[in-house]
Design a protein around this ligand. Structure first.
Ligand SMILES: Cc1ncc(COP(=O)(O)O)c(C=O)c1O
Length: 379
């Protein structure tokens, strides 16, 4: 039977496939931490911070409880608060905009570039003119490819704004040969299980090249204290657990191999979908993207919802990242945006579909998914 007629199941993500080959090591690391009874901070967190610093090429890395908290802590460290505005993209996971509001500031959205899905730098100057209260910019490196950072940094530097990279989906991604995490003033990474480097639950890390910001971030994650029970700032409780750090340290040396497998899968999809003549748009890789880490492989197509339903019937998992841009979310209505304000984001929300791209996916799985996509559009 050919792959196209088999009743295969291809989930969007298969974490068990990653876990099984490392089961013994993971269980041993968990046992080691449990036996030590040292759950908070400790040597594994310190070691992971050093290893992520080396991996991203940043002098300072500070673990925290999630990527969402990393964004919040970064804004606090940058001194963003009530009365301030923060420029970002409406086409992102909620945490990006949510962190701005949690910090007491107001999001100002700029539409994305139609090819990269990332903040369109051409929109920035007019918004900075119209919004003098903007104090920081959060470009998002969506789906594993960096935003066009040189113009973002040039606009920010000209006005003394802080740039916080939302690199939750982009560990190891490179822009003109430079890694995510080194491109702005502070960067935020997530260890949510679906990320390329995922933990056993929530976790996150911040990177920065600035020693003073690093010191402040290290304090802010422990209630703003540099010395136990003495508080310089009002921070939060947002630490990375030792258990998470111990497991993430086992996974980090495997990350490049997994990323390469994702890249091979992406190349396979491109070749197959083109050959089959499937009428879908494939993710663009602009010149500035020197390393795409494919946290997601997102195609665009007509009748997206029907395609998704059809693929589900064929045993294929997909996801829509994201069905409703931030400016149209109920909780942000008071910001005063309306439908039509960001047409590129709105169009993408209607047409984008993420396909399975996880490293353990086989060539036959990809063949099957592509065959079904082509079959849907032929029908
Ligand atoms: C773009 C983006 N920003 C922020 C986050 C928040 O990370 P976390 O889920 O670790 O809080 C995520 C991940 O879910 C994300 O994809």
């Amino acid at each position: 039977m050919s792959a196209l007629t088999t009743n295969r199941r291809v989930p969007l993500l298969d974490l068990k496939a990653q876990f099984e080959p490392m089961r013994e090591e993971v269980m041993a690391a968990i046992t080691r931490v449990v036996e030590s009874q040292g759950f908070i901070m400790g040597p594994d967190v310190k070691a992971l911070e050093a290893e992520i610093g080396a991996y991203t090429g940043t002098p300072h890395a500070i673990g925290c409880a999630s990527g969402s908290d990393a964004l919040f802590l970064a804004l606090l460290a940058a001194g963003v608060g009530p009365g301030d505005e923060v420029l970002t993209t409406p086409y992102t996971f909620f945490a990006t905009a949510g962190a701005i509001v949690r910090a007491g500031a107001r999001p100002v959205f700029a539409d994305i570039h139609p090819e990269t899905f990332n903040l369109d730098p051409e929109r920035i100057p007019a918004l900075l003119e119209a919004h003098p209260a903007i104090k920081a910019i959060i470009p998002v490196h969506l789906f594993g490819a960096c935003a066009d950072m040189d113009p973002v940094m040039a606009h920010a530097r000209a006005r003394g704004l802080t740039v916080i990279e939302d690199a939750a989906q982009a560990i190891g991604a490179e822009y003109k040969g430079r890694r995510a995490g080194t491109l702005g003033d502070i960067a935020c990474f997530s260890f949510f299980p679906s990320k390329n480097l995922g933990g056993l639950g929530d976790g996150g890390i911040l990177t920065t090249g600035d020693a003073a910001l690093a010191e402040k971030l290290s304090a802010l994650r422990v209630h703003g204290s540099k010395k136990k029970y003495y508080h310089t700032w009002v921070g939060v409780n947002s630490r990375l657990d030792s258990l998470q750090a111990a497991v993430l340290r086992l996974k980090l040396p495997r990350l490049d191999g997994w990323t390469e497998a994702r890249q091979r899968n992406a190349a396979d999809y491109r070749e197959r979908l083109r050959k089959l003549g499937a009428p879908v748009a494939l993710p663009a890789v602009p010149d500035h993207t020197s390393r795409h880490i494919y946290n997601q492989f997102v195609i665009r197509g007509e009748r997206r919802d029907q395609l998704r339903d059809y693929l589900k019937e064929q045993g294929i998992g997909t996801e829509v990242y994201y069905p409703l841009p931030m400016h149209l979310q109920e909780c942000f209505q008071e910001l005063g945006y309306k439908e039509g304000d960001f047409p590129v984001s709105e169009q993408l929300a209607r047409t984008s579909l993420a396909l399975p791209i996880y490293p353990e996916l086989s060539h036959e799985d990809i063949d099957y998914v592509c065959g079904k996509i082509a079959a849907f559009y032929r029908a």
